[in-house]
Design a protein around this ligand. Structure first.
Ligand code: CIR
Length: 253
């Protein structure tokens, strides 16, 4: 069960955030509406939502997931791999400290984005990506193992972040797309397979009694419903334009 969530409102500079997509510049007003709907969905799932004010210095800072890895017992403040995003952790640290006594840190030369970390029960998967390097992944593995968790490092081939292509729903069931459909590290889980034309829907979040997923992916939605989960669909167009998925917009703990 998640009791708390943390989000951060996109600011005027959001439209100048990082992207690898060719979907065009986000429209701020629409992004704010979609963000508001996201907050409402987190409330509907029963979480208490902490809404942080925007910080114009950091256009991508609405993607709070990348700044930390949170567990019930402790937090790890990441060291985001994109130079323009690294300072985002300064705003996040006091908030995380207000919830946690035990805090670990990923330290340079290690870099790590929270979007590369997937928790499946007591086992964490750590993606090595354009943002998370081996040093950062090894540091997190050591922290997690010292706290009694299992940890596996996964080299990404194509996906931006690990969780861009895989989600854990619970009951040993994952939602998997692309390179994770047949990945040896995930073969022992039950799989909901996302077809290539719906790849963006592989990034969804299970929050208590619901799975929140992007709107407009009927095949994946049906499979998730058939697996026994209620879904909430959200418009995500303005976050997708900056490579952002459902999970990136919150920290859940
Ligand atoms: C970035 O390039 O860092 C942002 N525009 C998107 C971050 C998405 N975060 C995530 O997948 N966890």
């Amino acid at each position: 069960m998640f009791k708390n969530t943390i989000v951060k409102t996109p600011g005027e500079s959001y439209v100048n955030g990082l992207t690898t997509s060719d979907l065009g510049q986000p429209i701020l007003e629409k992004a704010l509406e979609q963000h508001q709907a996201y907050v409402e969905a987190l409330k509907k799932c029963g979480t208490e939502v902490t809404i942080l004010p925007s910080n114009l210095e950091f256009p991508d800072s609405t993607f709070v997931e990348d700044t930390a890895v949170l567990t019930p017992k402790f937090a790890v403040i990441s060291n985001p791999g994109a130079l323009s995003r690294n300072g985002e952790i300064r705003d996040m640290e006091p908030v995380i400290k207000s919830f946690y006594e035990t805090i670990h840190y990923i330290k340079a030369p290690g870099t790590l984005d929270g979007g590369d970390i997937l928790q499946i029960e007591d086992h964490f998967y750590i993606g090595i990506s354009a943002r998370t390097n081996r040093e950062g992944a090894e540091q997190l593995k050591q922290i997690l193992e010292s706290e009694g968790f299992k940890a596996t490092i996964v080299q990404l081939e194509k996906f931006f972040h690990l969780k861009t292509g895989i989600t854990y729903l619970g009951n040993q069931t994952i939602v998997a797309a692309g390179e994770f459909i047949d990945h040896p590290d995930f073969n022992h889980y039950e799989k909901i397979i996302v077809p290539p034309e719906e790849e963006y829907a592989a990034n969804c979040i299970r929050v208590n009694d619901y799975v929140i997923m992007p709107a407009g992916y009927p095949i994946t939605k049906q499979k998730i419903n058939e697996a026994g989960y209620q879904t909430i669909e959200l418009e995500m167009s303005e976050f997708r334009k900056l490579d952002g998925g459902l999970s990136c917009l919150s920290l859940r703990f």
